[in-house]
Design a protein around this ligand. Structure first.
Ligand SMILES: *Cc1c(COP(=O)(O)O)cnc(C)c1O
Length: 220
């Protein structure tokens, strides 16, 4: 199937409450434009430099999501335009994003990345670390960021039961966070699910899926 057909196929099966982020990392602008011309307006990248390059080359009505690990010293490059940062996993980073948001006179939406995988390689906080941040006084001083949900990545495994229990953990964490709402903490989004596991993720409560290879084909 073509890129466009892949997109239509996935979109036709999505429940209306689930948002699709088209993960275009490593793919050329021509591939992104094919998806754009088929109606897709939300794109995700995992490297800030690539995000900025593509932002500059693509039409300006796109929502750009940063889905990868974020280095604090590079936040400034995406701060003027990034729509959602998925991978916030420590307080210092959040302070850095807030600082750059102030410079750009805007509020930047972020997700807390929660560690749900058993692998060491996956970034993210334990749920209680996120709770400690939200309850701290310094968090309430960050007026230019808003935490709008949480994100997680399941273990890279064939074991569907394990993936399911990790997704369920993220959903349970989300539900418990709902009780802590404040002006800059309004969890609405659960970002979980990729090409291999997005159907399971949706069944477990995902509201935002990040799909790359099932749309654009495999990455070399
Ligand atoms: C690459 C990536 C995806 C998409 O992966 P696919 O398996 O190609 O769908 C989703 N989330 C993150 C954080 C990624 O880095």
């Amino acid at each position: 199937m073509s890129i466009k057909e892949n997109l239509h196929h996935i979109k036709s099966e999505l429940p209306p409450h689930v948002t699709l982020v088209a993960v275009s990392k490593t793919k050329p602008i021509s591939d992104l434009m094919e998806v754009y011309n088929a109606g897709q307006r939300i794109f995700g990248e995992n490297k800030i430099q690539e995000l900025v390059d593509k932002y500059e080359q693509m039409p300006k009505d796109i929502e750009w999501h940063m889905i990868g690990h974020v280095q604090r010293n590079k936040v400034k490059y995406m701060a003027p335009f990034v729509r959602l940062i998925h991978g916030v996993d420590n307080f210092k980073l959040l302070e850095g994003i807030n600082k750059e948001a102030i410079k750009n006179n805007r509020v930047i939406d972020c997700l807390f990345q929660i560690k749900i995988a058993s692998e060491d390689s996956k970034f993210g906080m334990e749920p209680h670390e996120a709770v400690n941040i939200v309850r701290s006084e310094t968090f309430s001083e960050l007026k230019n960021i808003k935490i709008v949900g949480i994100m997680g990545m399941a273990t890279f495994t064939e074991d569907l039961n394990q993936i399911k229990s990790e997704f369920t953990l993220l959903k349970t964490t989300f539900d418990s966070f709902k009780t802590m709402e404040s002006f800059n903490f309004k969890p609405e989004i659960i970002s979980m699910g990729m090409s291999g596991d997005y159907k399971l993720a949706i069944a477990c409560g995902s509201t935002m899926i990040r799909v790359g290879s099932s749309i654009f084909g495999s990455r070399s």
